[in-house]
Every structure is written in C-alpha cells, then in structure tokens.
Design a protein around this ligand. Structure first.
Ligand code: NAD
Length: 393
C-alpha cells in the first residue's frame, strides 16, 4: 500500500474561502431585524435574512435562468478548493496500514465516494462494495478513466481502489435470494454478492479490515407519504437502509481488527419531520441511529469496535436526486443553516476519516451531525413570517 507522510489527512485550522465569507459585506449592509432584539446586541446581524434573499434564496427566481455553476448552493460532491491538502503542521489523521471496506459506491457523486477519498488521503487501503445492478457500469467507468479527475487526492496522486466487490445488502446469504433475483440478468453475471459471501471474499483476499463504511440506502416508496406507504415498501426501506448495516457489521465483525471503526450515514428526517422523505425512509434512519447505539455496545464489548453514524446534510447524489426534492433541501439548508455555505461531500468524508481514526478513539454510539449546523436550528429564517414581523417594526 502506498503510504507516504504526505498522504495523511491533516486537521488544519483553515477556513474555506466560502460563500459565507464572500457575502459578509452584504450581511452588514443588509441587516434585517426579525423582531427579537434582546437589548443592545447585534441580533439583527445574526438573524439577517436580507442577504439570503439577495444571494441564497432563489426560491422565487427562475432557476433555469441561472446556470447551475453560478448558483451559490449548487450541489457538488467535491469542493474545488480542497481544505484537505496536507499541511506541514496540524494534527494528522493517519490511517496508513488500515484497510477500509466501503459499501455503497456506484459513482463519484455520493458520500461513499467522498469517504473513500478521505480515507485514501489519510493512507487507508480502499475496498468497495457496489450494488450488483450498478456494478458493470461502475467498473467499466472506473476502468475507462471516467472517474480519474475525481480520484485525485490532495497530494496529487490518484485514489486506488484495490478491489470492487459485488454486493446486494438486502440478502444475507444465498438461501435468502429469491428465484426471480437469481434469474434476473442484472445479477446473472455476478456471484458471491450476498453480505455473508462478500465478507468471506474479503477475508479470503485480504484477511481482515479495520474500517467498515455503510453508505447505502433504498426505499422503493420513498416518494409516498408514510400514510400511503405499503407494508412491503416500509419493510423494504428498513431492510435496505437499516438492517443492511446490522448484517454488514455482523458478517464483517469477525474479520475486523480490534480498535477498528464502522460508520454509517443517516439523515435528520429520523428525528424531525421532513415532508417528502417518505416510504418509511424516516423510520429506517431512526432505526439506523438506534442500532448505532446498541451495536456500539455489542461490537465494543465483543471486539473493541466503534460504531458511529454521520447525520449528513443534503447532497445532490444519484440516490438523492431520485427522491426528487434534493435541490429544494440544498437551498433550504443554505438559507437557514448557521454556517451559510455549500455543504460538500468532502466535508462528510473528512468527518468519516476522523471518526475512523484513533483520534476518535473515545467516540462510539454517536450520531455526528455534518450539516453546517442545520440540525440545531429551531426556526426557518427564510420563512415569510419573519418578513412580516420585520415590516411591522
Ligand atoms: P448514492 O447514490 O451515492 O449512494 C447510495 C448507494 O446505495 C448507491 O451506490 C446504490 O447503488 C447503493 N445501494 C442501494 N441499494 C443497495 C443494496 N441493496 N445493496 C448495496 N448497495 C445498494 O447516494 P448518497 O446520497 O451518497 O447515499 C449514501 C448514504 O448517505 C445513504 O445512506 C443516504 O441515505 C445517506 N444520506 C444522504 C444524504 C443526501 O442528501 N444525499 C443526506 C443524508 C444521508
């Protein structure tokens, strides 16, 4: 495994040249009193939304007239100005000598890819589990260099994926696989893709792993409100999005080195109402977070493995786009979060690298928010209610 000091990811006290900082002048010029002014504080600056309507809130503007590249909150998996470049000082995240299996990568747009990159930047060896129906196109694209630009690490080298494994995380072993799936031509060309078999293959190929990442979810009825979700759809969401993690950890645990870590990805819809995130997906994420705590205890006591989940902000991944309202959620997050900048997948990747590293050795059973702080907000600043209050003042 290529392991150079320069490849280690470093925590550096740098600030991204962000949309927020570039709009600071606008914030001052456009103070917008929303009606709660406790004494002489600069409350109006904190709650200012004028700059939001100038720059961030394009809800009432014609989106199609604004090129995606010019939109301040456009979704992108990787920031162009990387904060992860190794610097000569700082506290290093050093994962050299560690091996990671990341389940749920089928392109270079999602959180799984970004996590793989951050782990690779910190020196870890990368193995990937790709959903069987997406395997062929992912491997072909990888082979043909379609992802080469996205593979560039902070030190200029390309992320190497040591091996891609076929995986369908809703099936634990071959006995679980129904005939129609066995006969499906998208599955016919692959083998050993149940969770148990994938873990066995990794064991045969590499012996052990140190880091297990679950970056996958699926809810066939996600676009239906919970009230209209069928039992089948609800259970399918739980199976693909929550039990899949239980199964992965259960089957990979025997080959995980003590001191290792596992990480999954969750979403705030588990604990707050997000209309549109339906089909039992909110329930599945709630289960995933609860399981994170129970599994942290069980895997911790059994094998000194830490179990955490990252509650990530919205990203325009392939899966999220399929849900249909991701651009609205990205815009909402930008307009209402405490840190007003575009959330990048890279930031989630870096948090995962930290959680996987010995620097996080006392963190387990936790849901870690990587969402520009949106989870902490109690009000939506761009609500018309605040505009009315302001007009009355
Ligand atoms: P993504 O499309 O990059 O990843 C989802 C992956 O799941 C895909 O690669 C897909 O092939 C895989 N998958 C689906 N069913 C599978 C199965 N049965 N077996 C194996 N793989 C399967 O999208 P993403 O948004 O990066 O999703 C990754 C994780 O992040 C998910 O858990 C998602 O819920 C979570 N998340 C996403 C957002 C967001 O806004 N995109 C926000 C918070 C959390």
């Amino acid at each position: 495994m290529a392991a150079t000091a320069a490849s280690s990811l470093q925590i550096a006290a740098t600030r991204r040249p962000s949309i927020a900082s570039s709009t600071s002048k606008v914030v001052k010029a456009g103070s917008y009193n929303v009606g709660f002014n406790p004494g002489n504080t600069s409350w109006d600056k904190l709650t200012s939304t004028r700059h939001l309507s100038n720059l961030g809130c394009l809800r009432n503007q014609n989106h199609s007239a604004v090129p995606t590249s010019k939109r301040p909150f456009s979704a992108k998996a990787m920031s162009e100005s990387s904060e992860t470049k190794a610097s000569s000082s700082g506290l290093p995240i050093d994962l050299r000598g560690k091996r990671a299996f990341i389940a749920g990568i089928a392109d270079d747009n999602g959180y799984g890819w970004a996590i793989a990159k951050s782990l690779a930047a910190a020196g870890a060896e990368i193995l990937v589990g790709t959903w069987v129906p997406a395997l062929n196109i992912f491997e072909t694209s990888l082979r043909r260099g379609k992802f080469d630009q996205s593979r560039v690490l902070p030190d200029g080298s390309l992320m190497e994926i040591k091996k891609v494994y076929a995986l369908d995380a809703v099936f634990d072993n071959p006995e679980d696989v129904p005939e129609d799936i066995k006969a499906n031509k998208r599955y016919a060309g692959s083998s050993n893709w149940t969770v148990q078999e994938a873990a066995e293959c990794v064991k045969n190929d590499f012996g052990s792993i140190d880091i297990l990442v679950h970056s996958l979810a699926n809810g066939p009825e996600v676009s239906k409100p919970l009230l209209e979700t069928s039992r089948k759809g609800y259970l399918a969401a739980i199976s693909a999005s929550s039990y899949s993690f239980v199964s992965l950890l259960r089957h990979f645990l025997p080959i995980m080195n003590p001191g290792g870590a596992s990480i999954s990805l969750t979403y705030i819809a588990s604990e707050r109402i997000i209309p549109g995130y339906g089909g039992g997906m909110s329930s599945a994420k709630a289960a995933l977070e609860s399981d994170t705590r129970v599994l942290a205890f069980e895997a911790g006591r059994k094998q000194n493995i830490r179990v955490n989940t990252i509650s990530a902000g919205p990203l325009g991944s392939r899966a999220a786009k399929a849900i249909g309202f991701i651009d609205t959620m990205i815009e909402y997050s930008y307009n209402n979060g405490p840190i007003q900048k575009t959330l990048t997948a890279e930031e989630v990747g870096n948090a995962a690298a930290f959680l996987a590293s010995p620097l996080a050795s006392a963190i387990t059973g936790a849901t870690i928010y990587v969402d520009n702080g949106l989870n902490a907000m109690g009000v939506a600043l761009d609500s018309p209610v605040f505009k009315d209050l302001n007009n009355k003042n």
